[in-house]
Design a protein around this ligand. Structure first.
Ligand SMILES: NC(=O)c1ccc[n+]([C@@H]2O[C@H](COP(=O)([O-])OP(=O)(O)OC[C@H]3O[C@@H](n4cnc5c(N)ncnc54)[C@H](OP(=O)(O)O)[C@@H]3O)[C@@H](O)[C@H]2O)c1
Length: 334
């Protein structure tokens, strides 16, 4: 009988009187759900904001109990009944409800659907892929949204909110490497040197954006990558230039959007929503290919901290408190 280590989330009882547990335990291979057709030996996983919500049970992310956590994983195919994948292939898993309604990748082994997997670009290690993870891949989707909606270098500054977080850190790195002038909005102004090392030309205090503001404000941004939502997103739209583009992917401040339509109907501002979970394969492959060619690996090392499977539990609390800088990569074999 073979076993593997995994971070298992369990809930026993009713909605009103339940007990939630989050533990690293040994699971027998035979206990894995039947739904996958590829078994992947996971090298690395990661803690995204959504993982932190699931691991601490702070939000109803988990749809099926018990569940192995982890929306991201990178590793090597151990066995496959899927025509696209063979033993030894290196793969990346992001989204598709893995770590939410399907067993996830904060584990030494994961049984996944071959249709969900993306080939690891040759130039990346599995560790680098998880230093990027869903946060970094979503950052690329946001940057591509600006590019696809026609935001060009030289048209003005690009605002990145939640700058010291995973999405924010990678977005700054990508946009600066593409030649855009990036302004980083952060609650950690003491991290200004870090944000500038990633490519921000200016760092602003997020307090300037997080309160109620006027529906239309002085035009400043040619584009915005927002992972924060709420008043920050509203103010970012209100400060976006005529025909500018705001890519919105997150809710670190809040899921509310207490806005007026003024920026959209008077300035033609485009609000581009970005989802990473159910993007079609072709879009995923494009995003990963652009990450492989455009992302500076030395910057990736700067933003990454490696932790163990067990440390994932305590670090999730820090993620939700906004105390983490950059990306947490989980070495599932440590
Ligand atoms: N749409 C999608 O498919 C998708 C994919 C990935 C992530 N997301 C979402 O994007 C957001 C960021 O994800 P992430 O992985 O980058 O998380 P993260 O690493 O935890 O970063 C979030 C950052 O937001 C800022 N922040 C935290 N609390 C805040 C508050 N109350 N008000 C304003 N800013 C606050 C902090 O940056 P500073 O201290 O620098 O301000 C923090 O580092 C999350 O809401 C996540 O759910 C969505």
């Amino acid at each position: 009988m073979t076993t593997f280590k995994a971070l298992l989330l369990s809930k026993i009882g009713t909605d009103t009187g339940n007990s939630f547990t989050s533990n690293v335990i040994d699971i027998e291979d035979t206990q894995q759900p039947e739904e996958g057709d590829v078994i992947v030996r996971i090298d690395y996983s990661t803690i995204n904001y959504k993982d932190a919500l699931a691991i601490t049970n702070k939000s109803p992310i988990v749809r099926k109990w018990p569940l192995v956590a982890g929306i991201d994983g990178a590793g090597v195919v151990e066995s496959s009944n899927h025509p696209k994948w063979k033993v030894g292939d290196k793969v990346i898993m992001n989204g598709f409800g893995v770590g939410e309604s399907h067993w996830g990748c904060l584990a030494q082994r994961a049984k996944l659907k071959g249709d969900w997997l993306v080939k690891l670009p040759d130039s990346f290690t599995t560790k680098q892929a998880m230093a990027i993870g869903t946060a970094g891949y979503t950052a690329m989707l946001c940057c591509l949204a600006l590019e696809n909606h026609g935001v060009k270098r030289g048209q003005g500054e690009i605002l990145v909110t939640g700058a010291s977080g995973g999405v924010g850190s990678v977005a700054i790195s990508i946009l600066s490497s593409w030649g855009y002038e990036v302004v980083a909005s952060t609650g950690k102004v003491h991290e200004a040197a870090y944000l500038k090392s990633l490519g921000a030309k200016e760092v602003i205090d997020r307090a300037a954006l997080s309160q109620v503001g006027k529906p239309l404000q002085k035009e400043r941004w040619a584009g915005v990558v927002d992972s924060v939502g709420s008043h920050t997103l509203v103010n970012a739209c209100a400060q976006t230039k005529y025909r500018g583009v705001v890519a919105a992917c997150g809710l670190a401040q809040g899921a509310d959007f207490p806005a007026t339509v003024m920026p959209f109907i008077l300035r033609g501002v485009v609000l581009a929503g970005v989802d990473s979970v159910y993007q079609p394969l072709a879009v995923r492959e494009e995003a990963w290919a652009r990450l492989a060619t455009d992302l500076d690996r030395t910057k990736l090392d700067t933003i990454t901290t490696i932790i163990s499977l067990t440390e994932s539990i305590s670090k999730s609390v820090d993620v939700l408190a906004g105390n983490i800088r950059g990306r947490l990569v989980v070495d599932v074999n440590r």
